[in-house]
Design a protein around this ligand. Sequence first.
Ligand SMILES: *[C@@H]1O[C@H](CO)[C@@H](O)[C@H](O)[C@H]1NC(C)=O
Ligand SMILES: *[C@@H]1O[C@H](CO)[C@@H](O)[C@H](O)[C@H]1NC(C)=O
Ligand SMILES: *[C@@H]1O[C@H](CO)[C@@H](O)[C@H](O)[C@H]1NC(C)=O
Ligand SMILES: *[C@@H]1O[C@H](CO)[C@@H](O)[C@H](O)[C@H]1NC(C)=O
Ligand SMILES: *[C@@H]1O[C@H](CO)[C@@H](O)[C@H](O)[C@H]1NC(C)=O
Ligand SMILES: *[C@@H]1O[C@H](CO)[C@@H](O)[C@H](O)[C@H]1NC(C)=O
Ligand SMILES: *[C@@H]1O[C@H](CO)[C@@H](O)[C@H](O)[C@H]1NC(C)=O
Ligand SMILES: *[C@@H]1O[C@H](CO)[C@@H](O)[C@H](O)[C@H]1NC(C)=O
Ligand SMILES: *[C@@H]1O[C@H](CO)[C@@H](O)[C@H](O)[C@H]1NC(C)=O
Ligand SMILES: *[C@@H]1O[C@H](CO)[C@@H](O)[C@H](O)[C@H]1NC(C)=O
Length: 739
Amino acid sequence: MGSFIRIRRKFISTINCLNHVLNKFKEVKLGRSILLLLLANLLILLYPEFKWPFTKDTILINIRDVDTFERTSPLVSDWLVRSYFPKSILQSIFVNSSIASNDSDIFHTKVYSQINKQYDPRLLPALWINSLTQYLKDSPNDVDFSLPFSWSSFLDIQSKRNELSIGVDLSVLNCEKFSSIFNIDHTNVSRVCTSLKNSPKGYPKFKIIGPIDDTIDENARKVIGLSYMLHGAPNPDRLVLLGIGPNKSGISIPVNEMSKRNAYSKSDLSYLISKYINSIPQFNVSIPSTNSIILRDELRQLHNYWDQFEQNISFASPYNFNHDIFQFLDNNSEIPETKLDDFYFDVDETIQLVESRVKRSYDGNGINDFDRRLLSVINDNLEFMPNFTKYFHEAHCLDTKKGAHYDWRFFKKITYSEYERKAILHRLTRAWLRFANSAGLSTWLAHGSLLGWYWNGMSLPWDEDLDVQMTSESLYLLARNFNQSLVIDLTDNFDDINIGMGAYLVDVSSNFFSRDKGNGYNSIDARFIDTSTGFYVDITALSYTEAAKTFDTKGLKSLEFNRMLEPEYLEKEDSNTVDSEQLHQSLLFKRDDLIKQRNIFNCRNNHFYTLEDISPLKRTMFEGVIAYVPNGYKKILEREYNRSLLLKQFEGHTFRPVLGLWISSKICKRDPIGNQCFHDDVVLEAKYTNSMTTKHKVEMRSINKAPIIYSKEDELRAFRSDPWIISRCNSLRNIIENL
Ligand SMILES: *[C@@H]1O[C@H](CO)[C@@H](O)[C@H](O)[C@H]1NC(C)=O
Ligand SMILES: *[C@@H]1O[C@H](CO)[C@@H](O)[C@H](O)[C@H]1NC(C)=O
Ligand SMILES: *[C@@H]1O[C@H](CO)[C@@H](O)[C@H](O)[C@H]1NC(C)=O
Ligand SMILES: *[C@@H]1O[C@H](CO)[C@@H](O)[C@H](O)[C@H]1NC(C)=O
Ligand SMILES: *[C@@H]1O[C@H](CO)[C@@H](O)[C@H](O)[C@H]1NC(C)=O
Ligand SMILES: *[C@@H]1O[C@H](CO)[C@@H](O)[C@H](O)[C@H]1NC(C)=O
Ligand SMILES: *[C@@H]1O[C@H](CO)[C@@H](O)[C@H](O)[C@H]1NC(C)=O
Ligand SMILES: *[C@@H]1O[C@H](CO)[C@@H](O)[C@H](O)[C@H]1NC(C)=O
Ligand SMILES: *[C@@H]1O[C@H](CO)[C@@H](O)[C@H](O)[C@H]1NC(C)=O
Ligand SMILES: *[C@@H]1O[C@H](CO)[C@@H](O)[C@H](O)[C@H]1NC(C)=O
């Protein structure tokens, strides 16, 4: 049953004024550009279909750009916070009016005309929140609220398509031409491609309705992902907006069917904009500055609403919800205690449980979408157990292995600068941790992410994803209640310029209920995917299975397993006084004993753990947000990475303890500890990460004696600005300079 929590809270926010003007020039690799131009000319002669290559995407943002960004002029900052309404939408609402053309306000008119076509990730969240606040004010006692949604508006597929630098006129392509231009296996394309009779101007004459696993050209990948999102992808079931409720709770809002029919339409966006406009009496479509919405102002208004009276909100356990309704999510208070039962998952028992819940809700005439859907997914897939086809697909591209780190649907491009990668991973990680805490999931850092945490509380600089593990119980909850949630993290302060960057799709594998390795295609149980880049969190659950029974202590891959059974395994194996046969006998004995107690769990990639390895979870901080690590993190890391805990050199980087940072071994070679490294990039990196690395040092010093107990208030501001907002700032600055 839900507990009732009264909330009364004032939000004091200050607006940071940012000063100075941005750097004028960017590094351009001149030689390569000239070569490209020559090549492009040649191609235009050969193929009339080729267009001029678009070069914008190739400008990468590095940490020095962040420094100049942080010193933006107040004029630019004022425009930077605004999300402008697309002119095309306003034109469809105000048919015969002159839109945003105030001759005496040339600045705003020019800015608007150039920036309104650019995709702005904050626009829809700002409109959603405006719509919610209006709803609450009109009907405070009855929250039957949902929002319209379309991927077409959300990913702004129209303008993303315009940005594609593929040099091919998409509108002349059908399935056959597409596969031959990009040299992709015809049969493999035809399996998931349908040619279309008509498509709007500029759109391809085909649609992609499923994944292609072939290793192909990067540009073909972009087209495939966008086409699928437009035509094949189901809408998310709900929006989970973190941090917008009373006392920074999350809110889950069902998505309604309004704009599902036409793939290309943006009817949800026009609807929300009209609604917003109607609520502003002084709105005048001719005035450019009013043709925008400011996310931070909308957030402030919603919080003012919560503050007006004492809130009486119930946070029911997620298990008590059977279908999507407007609900608050807050589960940040307790450290989840993991028990043996949480790692026990039996398909037949689960089916019985879910069936009985479905039946009970029919008897009582209740709606039970959650259990009904889960049951049909399990029943549809059960016959393939344990060798399922692959559920998650990546964006494999020619000439690189990096495609494996991007989800194929949301793939944007291959190459990011180190700064961009860190910044994207930073917001992805923070959003995942906050989501997990709000949803009450027992989850902890694993693999490379755990190793990163150990050193400095951040991801390793060469990491491309976040790795987490959870109990089988939490995976079940994730599958039942949160599959196909679109999560947006709005927890940070309103004045944070990065607020509203990033939206993440929760996707749980349809074969999550099978806990065996099978053919090895499905070691990942769920993903939390960044919809603007395809970066993801790999989520794997641990369960008690039969796998340990057949796991040999003498096999090739048994070193980690043996060290799980016996932390001193290596020393004993090397020792002259220990008999090897006896050692293996004792390992097998331990193994069987653990099996008997059901105290040996594995993921579907056969990493093994005991309850004592995991529990009790340690509450800590990672990338500035509350996170959990396993109790036996040291043992776990030692056996997975061998001597990693001692090695300060890894992947071409050296850990410099004074800075608390992994720095490329090529930089400051003579300064292994990092107290004399004045390289520009290093100084900036140290400045931005100092709050986190310092906290981590203090925490690790006392972790075994008097552990620090963090609360939500201890969380740090985002310390890496998002590449999108930095590019936006650069565009605005360019517009001003060219006025
Ligand atoms: C708001 O959250 C904080 C931190 O979790 C908690 O200490 C406080 O009691 C909450 N306030 C209310 C009114 O629930
Ligand atoms: C817009 O202008 C056109 C031609 O001037 C006219 O035919 C049409 O009725 C107008 N539409 C509206 C909604 O006023
Ligand atoms: C046009 O812009 C000028 C300068 O910003 C402003 O003073 C004026 O009020 C604007 N016109 C209207 C009709 O708002
Ligand atoms: C076509 O797809 C099949 C099955 O997914 C795969 O084995 C094959 O390698 C693909 N062909 C190419 C050229 O990639
Ligand atoms: C909107 O602004 C324009 C000038 O930009 C002005 O001519 C017009 O009267 C204004 N409309 C309203 C309804 O205030
Ligand atoms: C809060 O809700 C409970 C249960 O519905 C009710 O008894 C209580 O009076 C409410 N308190 C306020 C301040 O509305
Ligand atoms: C928080 O999650 C735990 C399970 O992890 C659950 O037992 C508890 O009821 C939840 N609390 C709230 C307030 O949702
Ligand atoms: C999650 O949603 C996707 C898309 O609807 C579906 O294919 C998949 O089977 C779902 N997973 C579960 C566990 O329900
Ligand atoms: C599943 O695949 C594995 C590995 O390819 C194989 O050893 C096993 O026999 C298969 N099981 C079934 C039931 O097909
Ligand atoms: C692991 O580290 C030990 C020393 O602690 C070393 O002897 C051994 O060769 C290493 N094994 C691997 C696989 O790196």
